[in-house]
Design a protein around this ligand. Structure first.
Ligand code: SF4
Length: 345
């Protein structure tokens, strides 16, 4: 049997996993092991009050692997991109985001190596999908950032790095559970955000399961043809049905659903788009998150000069909006730029 990955299991699951290997570990001990290894980044042998027999069993049946930090590239705006190597050599990325309160950070985590969604404006989409990350690898990416953040605390996490989180549903939800466990990552559930390009069956499952993490849906256009062009995979799904899935989520949570809109010059920045959006989501409480496109290609998508009229159109339509700053573009760390490249030669 494969060793159990300590960073990918909650205490109850560690007890069950060891039981399947013929080892009985009291839940209180499993909690202590979890709190020290996941919560504080300690090595297994540093966990206090573990009997010799259990220590030997842990050494034999479990492991707590770290990711190798290949590079940390900090941008002038305080965002930093972490290039991390998994044990099989796959490269993943995380971005540490400074929050308004000094010494507080958020971390943007990848859920896959590359991505199968092929969004036209996104560097990750052009990589294609290599593989999905396991839950422990996402937790280990957070731990790598946390361990080097001695001057502050990571108080929130967003699954918006490489990959489509709902294309790796179980592992992402498992990682979110560990990050939000009071003895694990200690991040409040509502401070964890999971993004999706709008994979409708998974969205409905997520709503049905009643998770408390925040969901953000990347819409980018309310015109089915434009959406198909921008999001070649997710855009094939029925837009009206996506709107219904958003409405169902809003009704189930009693909260407005954030919808991401990456504004691109001449593509989705005409106020007529707002009319379509307003019709599509009529009666559904949403908050439009406006993001600038970050496309490093010389012939790529450009930032819109029509931000103000677009905002005015949203306000006139009664659609609340929030401007989302996507930092780190100087280090290819901003939304849509993650492609596992080194910042230094
Ligand atoms: S925007 Fe997100 S879902 Fe789309 S290709 Fe990039 S990483 Fe994948």
């Amino acid at each position: 049997m494969e060793p159990l990955e300590l960073q990918g299991l909650r205490p109850e699951e560690l007890v069950e996993g060891l039981e399947a290997r013929g080892v009985r570990l009291p839940l209180a001990q499993a909690r202590r092991i979890f709190a020290h290894t996941v919560g504080r980044g300690a090595a297994v042998d540093e966990v206090p009050r573990v009997s010799k027999t259990h220590r030997e069993a842990l050494a034999c049946h479990t492991r707590c692997r770290r990711l190798e930090v290949v590079e940390v590239a900090e941008d002038d705006d305080g965002f930093s991109k972490w290039l991390l190597r998994c044990p099989d050599g796959a490269l993943t990325e995380a971005v540490r985001i400074p929050l308004d309160k000094p010494g507080r950070y958020s971390v943007c985590l990848s859920s896959q190596v590359g991505c199968a969604m092929r969004c036209d404006f996104c560097a990750t989409g052009r990589l294609g999908l290599t593989r999905s990350l396991e839950a422990w690898e996402m937790v280990a990416a957070w731990a790598a950032v946390r361990d080097a953040t001695d001057d502050g605390r990571i108080t929130s996490a967003v699954f918006m790095g490489q990959g489509e989180p709902f294309h790796n549903y179980d592992a992402v939800l498992r990682a979110a559970a560990i990050l939000s466990h009071p003895n694990g990552g200690g991040i409040a559930q509502k401070a964890i955000t999971i993004s999706t390009v709008g994979l409708i069956p998974q969205m409905r499952r997520y709503t049905r399961e009643g998770h408390r993490y925040r969901l953000i849906v990347s819409l980018h256009s309310a015109d089915a043809d434009v959406r198909r062009r921008l999001l070649p995979v997710a855009g094939k799904l029925d837009l009206e049905d996506l709107a219904r899935a958003i409405a169902e989520h809003a009704a189930a949570t009693g909260q407005p659903v954030p919808v991401a809109w990456t504004l691109m010059a001449g593509v989705n920045d005409d106020p007529v788009e707002v009319e379509r959006l307003s019709t599509l989501l009529a009666g559904t409480p949403v908050i439009v998150n406006l993001i600038d496109v970050n496309d490093a290609r010389p012939d790529g998508y450009r930032r819109s000069p029509r931000l103000e009229p677009f905002r005015d159109a949203l306000a006139a339509a009664g659609l609340p909006m929030r401007r989302r700053y996507s930092g780190g573009s100087g280090r290819d760390a901003a939304c849509g730029m993650l492609a596992a490249r080194r910042a230094s030669p």
